[in-house]
Design a protein around this ligand. Structure first.
Ligand code: 13P
Length: 257
């Protein structure tokens, strides 16, 4: 059970799935299914091209908010193919996923770039979901905590004490993403405790205690309650199982509190 101070976040990362038409179809079915939920935040991160349509549909919802999957760290300029925080805000985007393992490992994003993105997101009133996580070989070599610390200290390097509470951290072990292999409750809880203790060591305890730590990696309706029951798991970042409205509605309806 997570601390009552921290409102759980159930977030859908749609990655490079769903056209505008598919986004509309999803939300038409999904929103009525979650209408009565409370005591949690539900977040949808569609591709950039569907942000406008999704923003229009969910703007009346108190429960559901919009996230982008990435962002550049400048407001404008000669950065072909990039999207700025100002552009995201036009669509009512509240959150931005930064440092996702697919950005790190497929597109070569380094910790230093992610740090600038986190800083810029906060400067522009966007809430970062900072993703961190170890690869399988790093876990097997006993390096998990070291990797997490490195990613945390880079990701928070430009973040002051007052702003830190606005960041959510998503622990996504790379070996659990899209593989059907979920971290065991012990593995997830160990990593989340380590992340919480790093945060407590770097920020005032009140601030560190506000930071939500989400788990991601093969979360599905069948395992979400077990994960959410762990003391330091404050939410979930869901890929594959967020693509069907019924499945993500079940996840969003998990037991909280
Ligand atoms: P899966 O839920 O498909 O494993 O993806 C997790 C993820 O990468 C969410 O950001």
């Amino acid at each position: 059970m997570n601390s009552s101070k921290r409102k759980p976040v159930l977030a859908a990362n749609w990655k490079m799935y769903k056209t505008v038409a598919e986004t509309r179809d999803f939300l038409k079915v999904f929103l009525p299914l979650v209408n009565n939920l409370s005591e949690r935040e539900v977040v949808i991160a569609p591709p950039f091209t569907a942000l406008s349509a999704a923003g229009e549909i969910i703007k009346e919802s108190e429960l559901v908010s919009l996230a982008a999957q990435n962002m550049y760290f400048e407001q404008k300029g000669g950065f072909t193919g990039e999207i700025s925080p100002i552009m995201l805000k036009e669509f009512g985007v509240k959150w931005v996923i930064l440092g996702h393992s697919e950005r790190r490992h497929i597109f070569g994003e380094e910790n230093s770039l992610i740090a600038l993105k986190v800083k810029t997101a906060l400067e522009n009133d966007l809430l970062p979901i900072l993703c961190i996580g170890e690869k399988l070989e790093e876990r097997e070599a006993g390096l998990t905590n070291e990797i997490l610390e490195k990613q945390l200290s880079a990701g928070f390097s430009e973040v002051g004490n007052q702003e830190a509470g606005k960041v959510a951290v998503a622990y996504e072990p790379v070996w659990a993403i899209g593989t059907g292999k979920t971290a065991t409750p012990d593995q997830a809880q160990d990593a989340h405790i380590h992340i919480r203790s790093w945060l407590t060591g770097h920020f005032d305890s009140g601030i560190a205690g506000q930071i939500r730590i989400l788990y991601g990696g093969s979360v599905k309706p069948e395992n979400v309650n077990e994960l959410m029951a762990l003391p330091d798991v404050d939410g979930a970042l869901v890929g594959g199982a967020s693509l069907k409205p019924g499945s993500f509605a079940q996840i969003a309806s998990c037991r909280v509190g």
